[in-house]
Ligand binder design. Structure first.
Ligand SMILES: *Cc1c(COP(=O)(O)O)cnc(C)c1O
Length: 400
């Protein structure tokens, strides 16, 4: 660990204007500082993203309109509750739902939505979460809908009760049931389909929530799950909507959104206090939805299809390499290129091939989710046109 003295010594070798967060920023006039290569300065390795907009790789890049809104908010004072009220109201009106709130992401939405179902607007209960001893603490979920993000629900202190059939679900409902939870991507895997699941919630007067996190675009999904009968729907802001990485939305029933707000920052003694979203991000989220609604997403599909075909063409001349275009569901049906190679000539596992690409110059990262055996994939959502040639060259060097 660096001690304070050596830290300050290091700082003193930099000029005042290059110190992040320096007081100089307050005194300086509003002008664009010279472009700095921050990552290089601090030793963060650049790479070509031939994978996807994974959270682990920083998600999608924000729309410029989002950054403009954030810059606007940066310069102004606002009462956070008033901003949340106004942005929530505007979001609900443009999306076409009863109520909306900006959260710290889909996972936060799931925690706050669950807490809302437990506490309503009861201040005493809000203070207790996630210690649910003696409270409603069961959430019913189809076994096939358990997944790596359901921790967002469990954060609120609840236990999952896993069921497989309608009969099992109906038998599982009791006075401790606080919510029914559904994961959009696993609709096909469960016996109880989306609309029937929502209807079961209505029948038993238990609120229902769906994780629709990365199912946008298409933008219609923002209201579709609620129209199908769900009471709450959770979405990410930093994926297809290209808002701030650490923002998202919880949409749905007015009373539940009100309760979720009370479980959230700026209220201090709440489960949501650690999920605060800045004024810049709250406004940025609104700008993201507004801009996304005007954006023709088919342009992205055309671009990615062109890139995938171009890469396939260029790889086709290399000995032993074959390719196939696929549309993985986990990636919202975006085109991916599957790449196969002659294992007898190049006996590399997928992991070894990925490692070679990652450790090469330039570093290249490829998809690691949803792969089949013995294939490498390339995704073009984050790939730039001028990165295609070096990508093809490196794949050739590693595999051919
Ligand atoms: C990304 C993702 C989440 C988490 O969303 P955040 O906005 O990052 O919290 C939840 N569920 C699914 C299916 C996701 O893809």
């Amino acid at each position: 660990m660096t001690d304070r003295r050596s830290f300050l010594k290091g700082v003193s070798t930099l000029s005042a204007t290059t110190v992040l967060g320096s007081n100089a920023a307050f005194a300086a006039p509003e002008e664009n500082p010279p472009e700095r290569d921050y990552f290089k300065e601090i030793g963060v390795k650049p790479f070509i993203n031939a994978a996807a907009a994974y959270s682990a790789y920083g998600g999608r890049n924000m729309w410029p309109a989002v950054v403009e809104a954030m810059e606007y908010a940066r310069k102004r004072n606002v009462v956070m509750e008033e901003l949340h009220d106004a942005v929530g109201k505007r979001l609900a009106s443009i999306i076409g739902c009863e109520a909306a709130m900006v959260t710290g992401g889909a996972t936060s939405s799931m925690t706050l939505g669950t807490a809302a179902c437990i506490t309503g607007t009861d201040e005493t209960l809000i203070r207790l979460v996630p210690d649910l001893r003696g409270l409603k603490n069961e959430v019913i979920i189809q076994k096939s809908h358990r997944y790596s993000y359901d921790h967002g629900v469990r954060n609120a202190g609840v236990q999952f009760v896993e069921v497989e059939t309608v009969e099992e679900l109906e038998a599982a409902v009791n006075e401790k049931t606080t919510m029914l939870f559904f994961f959009f991507l696993n609709d096909a895997k469960g016996a109880i389909k989306l609309e029937e699941f929502a209807a079961l919630g209505k029948k038993h007067a238990v609120p229902t929530m769906i994780d629709g996190s990365n199912s946008v675009p298409p933008l219609e999904r923002l209201s579709a799950y609620l129209d199908a009968g769900f009471d709450l729907a959770a979405f990410s802001g930093g994926k297809g909507l290209r808002g701030p990485y650490s923002a998202g939305m919880l949409l749905g029933r007015r009373d539940l959104i009100e309760a979720a707000r009370l479980n959230n920052s700026p209220h201090s003694d709440t489960i949501g206090r650690g999920m605060k979203v800045s004024k810049e991000e709250v406004l940025g989220m609104l700008a993201a939805v507004e801009f996304s609604l005007t954006f023709d997403y088919s342009v992205e599909n055309v671009r990615e299809t062109r890139l995938v075909n171009l890469i396939a063409d260029k790889l086709s001349v290399l000995p032993g390499i074959t390719t196939k275009v696929s549309y993985p569901r986990t990636e919202g049906g975006r085109p991916h290129l599957q790449i196969f190679w002659d294992q007898s000539k190049t006996p590399l596992t997928v992991e070894q091939a990925q490692k070679a690409l990652e450790e090469g110059e330039p570093s290249i990262r490829t998809p690691y989710l949803g792969l089949s055996d013995g294939e490498l994939e390339v995704g073009c959502a984050m790939l730039k046109d001028d990165e295609v040639d070096v990508l093809v060259r490196r794949i050739g060097e590693v595999l051919a």
